[in-house]
Design a protein around this ligand. Sequence first.
Ligand code: B12
Length: 385
Amino acid sequence: MAAPIRILTAVPICDGHDSAINTINLEFIRHGIEVVYLGYHRYAEDIVRAAIQEDVRAIGISSYNGGHVEFFAEVVRLLKKQGADDIQVFGGGGGTITHEDQKVMERRGVDKIFFAGTPLSEMVEFVHDRYGKAKRGKKAPTAEMKLARKLTEIEDAYAKGKKKRPTPNAKRLTSNRKQGSGKNNRKRVIGFTGPGGAGKTTLIDELVLRLLHREPKTRIAILSHDPSVVGEGALLGDRATMINSQDERVFMRSMATRGQAGGLSPATEDCLRLLAESPFDYVIIETVGTGQEAMPFRSKLIDETVLVMNPDYGARLQLQKIVMLDLADIVVVNKSDQDRARTAALEIKRRLEQNKRPQKLISTVAKRHRDRGVDKLCDLLTEKK
Ligand code: B12
């Protein structure tokens, strides 16, 4: 079975017109394409960095702000500068891009512009035809590109059935782990899980913001997951929420679960091992929204696990059924500005007391700037052990 085509889509800076790209993304996904969506109001630098880290075959830009001639050309220029001109650039922008503009844009290296009235099927066909096969440029890849390409190789080997999902009791990596340059001179691998809508992605992004500020040399890797069915496409949308994580010191990779239940992908363990062996100070892994029975972090590669909960989990009895409440090192009650949050924190505290082991409980409001709870979580995750 062929591995899905991966592309990245985005809307440029000073542009909030995202309704076209949202529709186009869904059509791509329905036709087997994995779409890393970066969101709207995005800088050319952020788009190029993301495309390289995600090792996509092409970037689709939807532009309505009138600056398309310069913006598309800037993306092409930056890709070339980084030696990543094997990544193609295409896109559209309804009534704003004229046929004259298109000619200039194509002369400047843009692969294809779609005009108003083009059927969605034509765009899908174009992506399959034009980007169906990986093309690699002749330039020597940078370290970041090499890492990104290795992650693709791992994912593709699983997709093509050349590799089977490893057993969960992988050996703890010690000897070949490169030490980090962070405060504690020790790499931390942290796993975040929890139900959909609990705010995991926002919480991680706020945590990354603090780590980047507190530790000026820290480098962070993020492995983030979104659900998908075998052989189908996926919307990999965490980058659209992780604004602070679009930074030179952060390497982020979005993965589809490609049919595996439980929150992670068949290739996660191998990808995580590769990131743990690379020179990052923190490796953060985020599962898809999980259910009561999920135990995604059985890998010995993970140092600490964080369960992020929503205060609105239903009756107290529900807490007895959540396996991760037994296993997590830290439990976060996010959205603790909600009415039920105090009761939830008390009920979860009682539930954790049954486990008779040192688990930490923190209340956060991740969407709030400078939230004290997120500060506390950052303190806990960075403290010397
Ligand atoms: C819907 C719309 C809005 C909605 C946006 C909702 C949203 N969340 O997206 C609202 C009402 C919020 C809005 C607001 C504004 N808008 Co407005 N808006 C439009 C409108 C009417 C349609 C755009 C659209 O979504 N079309 C639907 C898509 C599916 O069709 P399409 O555009 O024809 O695209 C085709 C192809 O190009 C291709 N395509 C498009 N993108 C991509 C990407 C890829 C990867 C691919 C493969 C293909 C592709 O797909 C389609 C296939 O048929 C256009 C007018 C127009 N005709 O373009 C104005 C327009 C873009 N808006 C305009 C303006 C000025 C604004 C505002 C600044 C108004 C104001 N003063 O507040 C704000 C700015 C908002 C912001 N934050 O950026 C101007 C822009 C003028 C310019 N750039 O010179 C336009 C052109 C209207 C006009 N004639 O004045 N807008």
